[in-house]
Design a binder for this molecule. Structure first.
Ligand code: NAP
Length: 305
């Protein structure tokens, strides 16, 4: 089977498409024939060197979320059968024609979406869900600011938060205002026209997907006692103390029941992933380049092979 891997860290020149043996599932795993895989910033970050920081060893197969069809089940797997359409997250190896994954970490692909659309959901969706509802405890009626609202995580976060009854203020650049409004945001702030902290106040929760100065400035939008949750690394600072708020970094972990809840929102017509562009597996470097440019609206997806 074909897989995209790196044997060294660096630019796209280290990415190779190679033939490897098709894996065999362990007793608790399934073998999946991948149909589509979402592209995420973590993929080019791993290629660039984050793989070493995350304790991975070379060669590393790229790709962290997939949609596919169960080809074979391990001896202990009872919940899935050959032919089931599934989706989920993996640490590595989704940019492959086949992968093995723990059956406990996957869920049935949402009905009504094609494979490319569904591939936009597992990692970004789980990230938005765990950060907002898990780490920050977002609830009905609360006021939420989302930074990077037009990206993979942000565009799903807007829709999840609206479906949970939150009042959503979304920050994006001028060209994404209509897109983000279309996702259901109650208010949209153009961060290129005004500083977020000058126009947004009294937030109960901030979900930050941008980091750096955006993260630092967003503290001033929170009410005292509010909660900042970011999915991006941040340096030690005294912002939380100065503003009387809590701050947490959310690290996404695979969770089949979160995927099932996201599927239910899709089935109810409350969530609709946006795929900006689809590439073939052979175009993996172009897909990584486009993601690294940092301007993705919704998601970039690879279709196999
Ligand atoms: N902790 C975890 O487990 C976890 C999980 C998933 C993702 N992440 C991280 O979360 C971050 C976001 O991921 P993603 O998949 O959503 O990325 P993405 O889809 O690549 O985000 C692209 C979006 O970011 C927006 N953007 C860029 N600079 C901005 C700025 N200064 N202010 C506001 N928006 C800005 C762009 O909109 P404009 O063009 O309108 O600016 C674009 O729509 C990445 O760093 C990723 O590695 C972490």
């Amino acid at each position: 089977m074909l897989t995209a891997l790196v044997n060294d860290y660096g630019s796209n020149s280290v990415v190779q498409l190679v033939e490897v043996d098709r894996p065999d599932p362990q007793p608790d795993e399934v073998l999946v024939r991948v149909i589509a895989a979402g592209v995420n910033p973590i993929d080019w970050k791993i290629r660039s060197g984050a793989g070493a920081r995350l304790g991975m060893t070379l060669p590393i197969r790229l790709g962290s979320e997939f949609v596919g069809v169960v080809e074979k089940t391990g001896a202990n797997v009872a919940d899935f059968a050959t032919g089931d359409e599934v989706f989920g997250m993996v640490k590595t190896g989704a940019f492959s024609e086949y992968l093995t994954v723990a059956a406990a970490d996957i869920a049935r692909k949402p009905a009504g979406l094609d494979a490319e659309e569904a591939a936009a959901l597992p990692l970004a969706g789980t990230t938005a869900w765990q950060a907002m509802f898990g780490e920050a405890g977002l609830g009905e009626g609360q006021r939420l600011l989302i930074t990077g609202a037009s990206g993979g995580v942000g565009s799903l976060a807007v829709q999840f938060a609206k479906s949970a009854g939150a009042h959503v203020t979304a920050a994006c650049s001028t060209r994404n205002i209509e897109f983000v409004r279309g996702l259901g945001a109650d208010e949209v702030v153009d961060y290129t026209a005004s500083r977020i902290e000058n126009v947004v106040r009294g937030m109960d929760v901030v979900l930050d997907t941008v980091g750096a100065e955006t993260f630092q400035h967003a503290f001033a939008t929170l009410r005292r006692g509010g909660a900042m949750v970011t999915v991006v690394a941040f340096p030690e600072g005294d912002e939380a103390e100065r503003h009387g708020v809590t701050v947490k970094r959310s690290f996404t972990v695979p969770n089949a029941s979160t995927l099932a809840r996201i599927s239910a929102l899709v089935a109810a017509g409350k969530v609709s992933p946006h795929v900006e562009r689809t590439f073939r597996l052979a175009e993996v470097k172009q897909a990584l380049d486009l993601s690294e440019a940092g301007r993705t609206r919704g998601k970039i997806v690879l279709s196999m092979p």
